[in-house]
Design a protein around this ligand. Structure first.
Ligand code: ADP
Length: 501
């Protein structure tokens, strides 16, 4: 936080006219502005009370909307002393308010042209809303939520303040602090109150309170879903390079504080690209179960939304929510959809490029325990920067299963339906299913079982399964041209194979 304060101070001292502070904790923004003010006058506009003196909270005018408040500020002589002007909940004051936007622009231009007017305007909001007219004049800053160390200090201070009991060892305190990450100080304070009321203590048993609070956050966000998963690594047939890799990451994620103390880097995530129906989604689900973490699914198609302009805000919110819920697995499905049109110069191109930049920076700088699994079918739409190492820990290519993988997959699907028997020659089935995806194989099994049931509950055997195989068209055949094109591209890009060759 000190680093951010120092950075913002350099902007104030260099007379940047408008600084936009994005925060869910107004009190943090207030504290920061207070620290920077050094005796300046501070005028605040807020929706509830209009124009007030920030320090004394005394009203300066009768209530007025932002447009009227800015009109008043435009008539004031701002050159006598240095001023800070705070516009709280800026998105509320500016959205669809052309007069307020025009007056804000006029005020900024005055500040820029009048050498005597030493004024900094702070827009404070939990949302980013930057009108096009002001884009070039505004600088954005994200005020981070408290980090692990801040939270440890916060918990200790909370316990000390009222001589409350704090019977927690250091390791559990770290675990609790890591789980609290992503919540605001206010939310943490309320949860600590509840923990005390419940048990007269703060301890590791209070983790469940934090989890239920986080589930609330996801529900409120409305752009992601939290999936309940039962899939296990054993439910995936084949992919013998990818599975041990995930197992290694699981060892780290499951005991993160020890791993970190040992010097291990926080895993960032994995990108899994390749053929549809070959186990990418299945792997995302099994990974969350393996890591013992909640799985958040972010659907890129849905995030891009009907209105291009909304997607940027949606992306920021999704990332904030994932961080709030961390530790978690964030599954970004159809990641290629976000990047369609980058560099094309079309109207969506600028948004897509910004969105992409934001996502990349987040991936690069991320310190929270959010393990990202990005899945994509169509790699041709993915910008090379995304595929560069360093963003993800690894990129895997999932191809159609080999013969031995098909044996594995038949085994998985027959076994989970209690249909493994000596009447089924899986080797023969594998021979006849070259070019079938895992999903194709699964539907062969389910179709054959259904037919056997209808046929007087006959026992499932090789003959029936082979008949179904004969009657089906695997995806590789149906989408031949597209599949050939994908395979060529994957080979060119030399992406690591998820299967052992
Ligand atoms: P996608 O690669 O398109 O995300 P999915 O993982 O959704 O494909 O696969 C669809 C279904 O096909 C899975 O739920 C699973 O039942 C089956 N399947 C696909 N690949 C495999 C596999 N390697 N092992 C076992 N089942 C598989």
């Amino acid at each position: 936080m000190q680093k951010l304060t120092d950075t913002i101070r350099t902007y104030v001292e260099s007379h940047y006219p408008v600084l936009y502070l994005i925060t869910h904790e107004e009190s943090e923004a207030d504290q920061l502005i207070n620290e920077l003010s050094e005796g300046r006058n501070i005028i605040e506009w807020n929706m509830a009370r209009g124009l007030v003196n920030f320090k004394t909270t005394q009203p300066l005018l009768d209530w007025c909307d932002l447009a009227a408040a800015l009109d008043n500020l435009l008539t004031r002589d701002l050159s006598e002393t240095e001023y800070f002007i705070i516009i709280r909940d800026a998105h509320l004051g500016l959205k669809d308010q052309p007069v307020a936007i025009a007056r804000l622009k006029a005020l900024i231009n005055r500040i820029l042209s009048d050498v005597d007017a030493i004024v900094t305007i702070f827009l404070v909001s939990s949302h980013v809303y930057v009108p096009n007219e002001l884009k070039k004049l505004i600088t954005l800053f994200d005020i981070p939520l408290p980090n692990e160390q801040d939270i440890r200090d916060f918990i200790k201070k909370y316990a000390n303040s009222e001589n409350r009991k704090l019977t927690i060892n250091n390791r559990d305190l770290t675990k609790l602090a890591l789980t609290f990450q992503g919540l605001t100080r206010y939310e943490i304070g309320r949860l600590l109150d509840r923990a005390y009321q419940r048990g007269g203590n703060i301890g590791i048993e209070d983790l469940d309170l934090v989890h239920s609070e986080k589930a609330q956050i996801i529900k409120k966000s409305g752009i992601m879903e939290m999936l309940t998963v039962r899939e296990k690594l054993e439910d995936i047939g084949g992919l013998h390079n990818l599975k041990p890799w995930l197992q290694q990451k699981a060892t780290i994620m499951n005991d993160w504080s020890a791993a970190r103390a040992f010097g291990v880097e926080m895993p960032k995530g994995v990108m899994i690209v390749g053929m549809p129906g070959c186990g990418k989604s299945l792997t995302a689900k099994a990974t969350a179960a393996l890591f013992n973490l909640p799985l958040l699914k972010l659907d890129m198609g849905a995030l891009m939304g009907k209105y291009v302009g909304e997607s940027e805000g949606n992306m920021r919110r999704a990332i904030q929510v994932a961080e709030a819920v961390s530790p978690c697995v964030l599954w970004v499905d159809e990641v290629e959809k976000a990047f369609v049109g980058i560099g094309s110069g079309g109207s969506g191109s600028e948004v897509a490029t910004r969105l992409f930049g934001y996502f990349l920076t987040w991936m690069q700088e991320k310190t929270s325990q959010v393990f990202v699994i990005a899945t994509a079918n169509d790699i041709s739409a993915l910008p090379p920067e995304l595929l560069r190492k360093g963003r993800f820990d690894e990129i895997f290519y999932v191809d159609f299963p080999s013969r031995s993988e098909r044996i594995d997959i038949f085994n998985v699907h027959l076994k989970c339906r209690n249909k493994l028997s000596s009447r089924i020659d899986i080797g023969q089935l594998a021979d006849k299913t070259e070019g079938y995806s895992g999903a194709d194989i699964e539907s062969v099994v389910t179709e054959a079982i259904e037919q056997a049931f209808v046929d007087n509950r006959a026992e499932l055997d090789t003959g029936r399964l082979l008949a179904v195989i004969q009657a089906t068209h695997p995806l590789k055949e149906v989408m031949k041209t597209k599949v050939d094109e994908y395979q060529k591209r994957f080979a060119e890009m030399k992406i690591k194979k998820a299967s052992k060759s």
